[in-house]
Write a protein that binds this ligand. Structure first.
Ligand SMILES: C[S@@+](CC[C@H](N)C(=O)[O-])C[C@H]1O[C@@H](n2cnc3c(N)ncnc32)[C@H](O)[C@@H]1O
Length: 212
C-alpha cells in the first residue's frame, strides 16, 4: 500500500457505515444525473474514491471496476456491493494523487464527492488526465464552494472545521470548478446547480463530463 492515508479507527468505520446506509438516499439525490453520466460506459471503469460502492448500481453487470480507495474501512462493503451488482472489482488502496496505472491507459474515469476530500485536487485531476487515453472521458459530481456573499457560503465556512474532521478531510468550500477549468481538458461540459438536501454544506454542486 503506497499511501500515507490515515485510516482513522473510529471515524473510518462510522463513515463507511453512514455511506452504506445513505446509499438509497444518494440514489434519490443523484440517480437521474448518474444514469445519464454513466450511459454507454466501457467495459472497464476506473473510480477515484469509490467509498462503499454507491456507483456500482449504475454500471452494467460484468463491468470491471478499478476502485482507487485508500480508506480500508470502506473495502468490505465495496466488495459486498460488487457481489450484489455483478461487478469485477479490483481495489487499489492508494490515493488519487498517486495512481499506479499507466499513462494513456483508461477510457473512463469517475469521481463523485471525492475531489472535496483528496489532499490535492490539482494533483488528483492531473493523475486522472495522465491515465486517460486521448479522448478518454472523466465524469464527475462534486460539491463546491457556494457563491460569494451567499448564505450557503457563510454556512459552508462555519461548518467547515467540524465537517472536515468528521468526514475525514472533506472541504465544504473548495473551488473544484476552478480546478477542473484550469486542468486543460480538451472539452469540459459542466453544470452548476443547487441540490435539494438538508445537508446544507454540500448543496452547491457541479456535475459534468471532461474529455482529455
Ligand atoms: C464522500 S466519500 C464518496 C464516496 C463515493 N464516491 C460516493 O459517491 O458515495 C469520499 C471518498 O473518497 C475517499 N478518499 C479520500 N481521500 C482520497 C484520496 N486522496 N484519493 C482517493 N480517494 C480518497 C474516501 O475514503 C471516501 O471513500
Amino acid at each position: 500500500m503506497n499511501n500515507d492515508f490515515k485510516n482513522n479507527a473510529i471515524r473510518g468505520p462510522i463513515n463507511a457505515f453512514m455511506f452504506k446506509v445513505l446509499s438509497g438516499y444518494m440514489d434519490r439525490l443523484f440517480g437521474k444525473s448518474k444514469r445519464q453520466l454513466f450511459r454507454n460506459h466501457p467495459e472497464t471503469v476506473v473510480e477515484i474514491g469509490s467509498g462503499t460502492g454507491a456507483n456500482m448500481r449504475y454500471l452494467k453487470p460484468g463491468t470491471t471496476l478499478i476502485a482507487i480507495e485508500p480508506n480500508i474501512h470502506m473495502h468490505a462493503n465495496l466488495k459486498k456491493s460488487a457481489d450484489k451488482y455483478g461487478i469485477n472489482l479490483e481495489i487499489k488502496a492508494i490515493k488519487g494523487e498517486l495512481i499506479d496505472l499507466a499513462d494513456n491507459s483508461c477510457d473512463f474515469v469517475v469521481s463523485t464527492l471525492v475531489l472535496c476530500t483528496v489532499k490535492s485536487p490539482e494533483q488528483c485531476v492531473k493523475q486522472i488526465k495522465r491515465i486517460l487515453k486521448p479522448s478518454g472521458t472523466f465524469i464527475f459530481i462534486e460539491h463546491v464552494k457556494a457563491q460569494k456573499n451567499s448564505i450557503l457560503r457563510w454556512i459552508q465556512n462555519i461548518m467547515h472545521k467540524p465537517w472536515h474532521w468528521f468526514f475525514e478531510g472533506c472541504h465544504t468550500n473548495r473551488d473544484t470548478k476552478q480546478v477542473l477549468e484550469l486542468a486543460g481538458f480538451s472539452s469540459l461540459k459542466l453544470v452548476s446547480y443547487n441540490l435539494y438536501s438538508p445537508f446544507i454544506p454540500i448543496v452547491s454542486q457541479i456535475r459534468g463530463r471532461a474529455i482529455k
